[in-house]
Design a protein around this ligand. Structure first.
Ligand code: PEP
Ligand code: MG
Length: 395
């Protein structure tokens, strides 16, 4: 496929900040991508270039790529990765590389009259067959840096297993979100309820456990087959060798005991993401030994890096992994990260970012790879775009 022209522009993301849109022209048509960004980003993520910074590297990209032909996405990604030449994408920017990779993949797919997910499956998941319906990770109660409240834990997620009738599951999730909202509005005597970055409720609580109790209570009352997950995002409250949790300093062991208490009290709590800081490998190792089948998930720990995922799997630090394409930089590397995770028996949860755009590419990655889960926020506002793409791709 020939790259006939390239361009970029500013769009605004769900946080009201400038985000990057990239366009690639092929066969006289433009194909676009928009790139999200993290609010609680891991320290080993690919470098993000601000839109004005993109200007300084765009000329180089344009000069090198315009008019060139590539036989597939892997060849194109390889080309832009060599142009950058760094692990962390510090020369061209991880968001710029992903923008290019994704726009190229869309052009390639359209040229072959295929969906984006079909191109990804063909190129990177040759052995994957059929469809596996994902678990939706819906962030309904927000804390940490995604909210303006007193919760240290960043995300209280409801886990909903979809099946051959995903409309029914999404409908149940929406009803659950409303029922929970009604319950919380009555409890807090507050209407309308404030919401956080991902459209989950953003309230003041007695402690970090109370939202789990609320979710467990509504699950029981509605009798829906939902489970619970937490994204602790613990790197965000780790400082000077200790965790600052509920206003006190906690050691790794203190936190482990808190999680053990949650596990005992809430059997529906089956997924725990980033329970310790991104450099606290011993914390992960120890909690994995006592996880009893629950998923221990890496996000800031692994940053969608195939080498890191391989290492964490080998050291038995995690049983699941968050996949965010913009943590690493290109779709080829993202798909390699998933393949590495699957080869090592890890479950993959393809995730949005705290600040999202209208782009729904994450759902195509999930569909291509038959991923275990998709993490897409609360079923409201701008996040609903991802839900609707799920309904389109998982009929
Ligand atoms: C997360 O930590 O899983 C998340 C979605 O947040 P962010 O995009 O802000 O890193
Ligand atoms: Mg996370």
């Amino acid at each position: 496929m020939k790259v006939e022209a390239l361009k970029y522009r500013t769009v605004f993301n769900s946080g009201g900040h400038a985000a990057l849109e990239v366009g690639i022209m092929s066969d006289k048509r433009w194909y676009f991508s928009q790139i999200p960004s993290g609010q609680s980003a891991g320290e080993r993520e690919a470098k993000v270039f601000s839109v004005p910074e993109v200007q300084s590297v765009w000329k180089k990209i344009n000069l090198q790529a315009e008019g060139r032909k590539f036989k597939n996405l892997a060849e194109f990604d390889d080309f832009i990765l060599r142009l950058d030449g760094t692990e962390r994408k510090t020369v061209l920017g991880g968001n710029v590389l992903l923008g290019l990779s994704l726009a190229f993949a869309r052009a390639l797919a359209d040229g072959k009259r295929m969906e984006l997910w079909e191109i990804l499956r063909e190129e990177f998941f040759g052995k994957v067959r059929g469809v596996e319906y994902p678990v939706i990770y819906a962030n309904l109660i927000e804390g940490g840096v995604h909210a303006q409240n007193n919760l240290d834990i960043q995300e209280y997620l409801v886990l909903a297993q979809t099946g051959p009738n995903p409309i029914a599951t999404v409908g149940e999730l929406i009803a659950f979100y409303e029922t929970l909202g009604e319950y919380l509005a009555n409890k807090a005597k507050l209407r309308p309820l404030p919401i956080g970055s991902e459209s989950g409720y953003n309230l003041i609580w007695r402690n970090n456990e109370e939202p789990i109790t609320a979710l467990a209570k509504i699950i029981k009352a509605t009798n829906l087959p939902f489970r619970i997950g937490l994204d602790v995002a613990a790197s965000e409250f780790y400082e000077d060798g200790a965790y600052r949790f509920e206003g006190r300093k906690k050691t790794t062991l203190n936190l482990r005991n808190i999680y053990a208490k949650y596990f005992k009290k809430y059997p529906g709590l089956i997924s725990l993401e980033d329970p310790f800081g991104e450099n606290n490998r011993d914390g992960f190792r120890e909690i994995m030994k006592n996880s009893e089948g629950r998923l221990v998930v890496g996000d800031d720990l692994t940053t969608t890096n195939p080498k890191e995922i391989e290492r964490c799997a080998r050291e038995k630090l995690i049983s699941g992994v968050i996949i965010k394409a913009n943590q690493i930089g290109t779709l080829s590397e993202t798909c390699l990260a998933i393949e590495t995770a699957h080869r090592n028996g890890l479950k993959c949860i393809i995730s949005h970012r705290g600040q999202e755009t209208e782009d729904v590419f994450l759902m195509h990655i999930a569909r291509a790879a038959n991923a275990y889960g998709v993490k897409i926020g609360a079923p409201g506002r701008e996040r609903i775009l991802k839900y609707n793409e799920l309904l389109r791709l998982y009929p």
